[in-house]
Write a protein that binds this ligand. Sequence first.
Ligand code: ADP
Ligand code: MG
Length: 376
Amino acid sequence: MSFEELYGSAPEGTWAAPGRVNLIGEYTDFNEGFVMPLALPHTAVAQVSRRGDGVLRLFSADIDGGVVQLRVDELEPLTNTSWAAYPAGVVWALREAGHPITGADIHLSSTVPTGAGLSSSAALEVVTALALNDLYELGLNCQDLAVVAQRAENAFVGVPCGIMDQTASACCTEGHTLYLDCRDLSTRQVPFDLAAQGLQLLVVDTRVKHALGDGAYAERRAGCEEGARTLGVPALRDVPYEELTEALARLDDPTVRGYVRHIVSDNHRVEQTITLLGAGDVRGVGPVLTEGHASLRDDLLVSCAELDLVVESANAGGALGARMTGGGFGGSAIVLVEDAYRDAVSKSVTEAFAAAGYAEPRIFVATPSAGARRLA
Ligand code: ADP
Ligand code: MG
């Protein structure tokens, strides 16, 4: 159903916001550390018109179930467990922040794969926030929009995510990765021109999602906080990489020790990546990705057999490097390859999955793309 068919007139405008993959810096966001996401070419698109009567109507072309109708002054956190909670949560968060949103008709559709660790939820939130920002002339910048979208997901939907996904969707630019300091939220656009180097970044969606996910995330958060407490720092971001060995010697719990080693070393890998990209050595990022994967697998314990197999088979097939990306326990991995090796690497991964009896993975190219924007 089109916007016109649903709501009886043309939308006031059309907006898009992308999904993302994270190049390096995993689980570092809630440790006030560094991350480096890039936007995917896949986007959530919203057609939106304002309303003045307090009614919010939501429709997703990707979900059966028709229009969801709510009242903006009756939105209650944690009461809506359907997909509609994401856009409704944005309206709630904007109103909580004092912005007079008096209603909207919203038509959503998305090409971001859902539940694959590619932030389809952030794309949905950010596109809604940007559309309302423009229509209601709120004057928010991309980082303000990210904060609103994160608030929607944390407080309204009830998912305790960090700020990376929403910032990536809102603030990334074409041909760049976004260096984000999760302490002060400062950002830097880092040129990441893969095509000019004859390189490609592949995303391999394993199409599995293991159940452990949610509890494991909370457990990692708690373990990292415990590590920071024991080490007497506000957050693990404050442990310099040069002092990692001494810091580890002060931790008794082997699990916490592993978490600390991962966070401190992954922050360091973000810095290494910045240095490599600054020197034009994009290929040099490959081994950093593979080291990052080993750390997520062996120290943070958030990988799984399918993700490990992507990394192993991609590297065996000639990739420059690979790692899981996102929360782990399934979802997606990224693979850095030379153009000439793209097909061989894809084949190596696909054959390894078939030999292991896994479902065929979905593989696509992640061109560093634009963040949220108005289309019409
Ligand atoms: P991810 O963000 O990694 O894709 P999440 O579990 O955080 O995974 O978010 C997925 C959820 O976001 C879906 O279950 C659905 O509720 C919502 N969602 C994503 N895309 C759409 C869409 N096109 N239409 C409706 N809901 C969507
Ligand atoms: Mg999500």
